[in-house]
Each structure stands twice: as C-alpha cells, then as structure tokens.
Design a protein around this ligand. Structure first.
Ligand SMILES: [Zn+2]
Length: 200
C-alpha cells in the first residue's frame, strides 16, 4: 500500500475510534443520570468467580442502542485475556481504574475486590479527569502505563494498561464527555494528574 493511503486509513481509524469513544462516554453519563449520578460498577463484584461478566460495558450497552461494535476501536489488535469467554470480549475500552478504586486517590470503603461506588458529582474537575481509555488486553479497566516494562510485555502482568493504537497516541474520553488523543507521556504528566479522581 502507498504510504499516503496507509496514513489516510490510519487517520480514518483514529476518527472512528474517537467517535466510538465519544458515544460510550455519553452513554456512561446518561447511565449516571438514571442512577443518582452513580458511575456503572466496573465489574461483577456480586459474583467474584465471574467478575468479568456484567462489567460497566454491559451495564451501559443499552445506552448505545445495544450496539457493542461502538465499544471497539477499529484497530483489531487487542489481546483479550485468555480466561474471558469469547462472547464476553466486547471491547478494549476500559474505565479509568481510579474512578472506582483507590489506586491513586482515597475513596470510600472498598468491597471484596476493593471497588467502591463512585458518583459523578464527586469528580472535582471532570474536564481534566479521564473516564475511558483504550487498553492492551480487553480488560474492563483503563490504567496508566506507569513506565513499567512488565506492562510493555502485556497480558498477564498489567491487565487494563493503556495502549496507544493510533500512531503513538491513544484515544481518551474525559468525564465531561470530550474526547482527546494523547501519548503515554501526555496522559501521565504531572504525576498522573489526569487519571486522578480527586486532584491533589
Ligand atoms: Zn482506538
């Protein structure tokens, strides 16, 4: 393929990814309006043996008209975790881990897996807080890369690790619904500022 066509195709895929993620972010916001501003619970904490069922993605599916293709980047290179059944591999868009788990911020009392209910009105700066990122392996979560070479190796070590599928950039949706492409460095600047639910 001529480079010019390749780059046009790459740009088209990035645009499609942004459009998809924008729809998913709006779906999460609509969901929260229907649930007293609560964000969808990230995974199935009621049934810890099947935690990958009924993740936030299934919970917001009806808000994108039941069309799971909207939850996919057009670049089909993600590596789903092997224990997740094929029909559950609907997406590699992950919800920012820090929104529902005290990864960086201090949240409320966590449940068995450490997740907690989280409300959109607790997010002090929605326009600077990541809601969704693309991840490497089809996990429910989106997490920073953190410069960890183990994460680079992928799969078993860092499920949910952000991955830049689009020419060094990855697509991110923020809690106010806007979408932006960023590099690893941009996404992790200022000690992971954009990932933190509660800003320092
Ligand atoms: Zn993408």
């Amino acid at each position: 393929m001529f480079p010019v066509f390749a780059s046009t195709r790459a740009k088209a895929r990035a645009v499609t990814c942004s459009s998809h993620m924008s729809q998913v972010a709006k779906a999460v916001i609509s969901y929260s309006y229907d649930w007293n501003r609560a964000l969808p619970f990230p995974c199935n904490e009621q049934d810890v043996n099947n935690w990958w069922t009924n993740t936030w993605r299934e919970r917001v599916l009806s808000y994108v008209g039941g069309d799971s293709s909207v939850m996919l980047c057009p670049i089909p290179t993600y590596k789903p975790e092997p224990w997740v059944p094929k029909d559950m591999q609907i997406s590699h868009y992950g919800m920012n881990f820090d929104l529902t788990h005290p990864a960086f911020s201090q949240l409320g009392t966590p449940g068995p897996y450490g997740f907690t209910f989280s409300y959109t009105d607790e997010i002090s700066d929605p326009g600077s807080t990541i809601m969704i990122s693309e991840n490497f392996d089809g996990d429910w979560s989106g997490e920073p890369y953190e410069g960890n070479p183990q994460h680079m190796a992928g799969c078993s070590y860092g499920p949910g690790t952000f991955w830049p599928y689009h020419n060094g950039r990855g697509t991110f949706a923020f809690c106010d619904g806007h979408v932006r492409a960023m590099t690893w460095k941009e996404a992790e600047a200022n000690n992971f500022y954009l990932w933190k639910k509660y800003k320092p």
